[in-house]
Design a protein around this ligand. Structure first.
Ligand code: ZN
Length: 185
């Protein structure tokens, strides 16, 4: 489906789920618009709904200076970015993990870079650290926070008070940086 707002053509996908009660519209950080709703909702009802959000959708794109994309188009952009940034991302992740872990002294195994757009990083129970290639696109202070966050999961596999206390040892303003990082995705 597609909506035309002031000449801006905005494609969107529709997902119907049996367990969902309401209609929801989401715009991903990369500019992909998707609508999800319960089963049996007609395309007309959905396009009316999208039309009512037109002002908000239009300002979302104008504010960020991003062009609307389909999922496939966005997939290609991510693949390209991944190719371009994965080496730099690996380099940044290695340096930052080495630096911050010289303070913490935890034990980790592998560090790898993923083609993920929806997750900044993760830490597996086996002690492997993974980061999105997008770490290469982050401002330094947020990349530091991200690395420290995942490192601290080597010790605390949760988001308990103890976990945040560990994070705050090196990133006292972690609340602020966490908020900023969330705002990027
Ligand atoms: Zn976490």
């Amino acid at each position: 489906m597609e909506i035309d707002i002031k000449g801006m053509k905005i494609p969107y996908t529709i997902t119907r789920r049996s367990h969902q009660k309401t209609i929801r519209l989401r715009i991903s950080s990369g500019g992909v618009v998707s609508v999800s709703t319960r089963k049996n909702v007609s395309d007309e009802v959905i396009s009316d709904f999208v039309r009512r959000q037109a002002t908000w959708i239009y300002s979302w794109f104008s504010k960020r200076n991003i062009l609307p994309k389909t999922r496939v188009e966005r997939g290609n952009v991510v693949s390209n970015e991944y190719r371009v940034y994965k080496e730099k991302a690996k380099d940044i992740a290695l340096k930052k993990v080495t630096y911050w872990n010289s303070i913490y002294g935890f034990v980790y195994k592998k560090i790898s870079i993923r083609k993920s757009e929806t997750r900044w990083g993760s830490c597996s129970r086996k002690g492997n650290l993974q980061f999105s290639y997008k770490i290469a696109l982050l401002p330094d202070d947020l990349a530091d926070y991200l690395v420290v966050h995942e490192l601290c999961h080597l010790c605390e596999f949760n988001h308990s008070d103890r976990f945040w206390k560990l994070v705050s040892k090196t990133i006292p303003d972690y609340v602020d940086r966490r908020k900023k990082l969330k705002g990027i995705f």
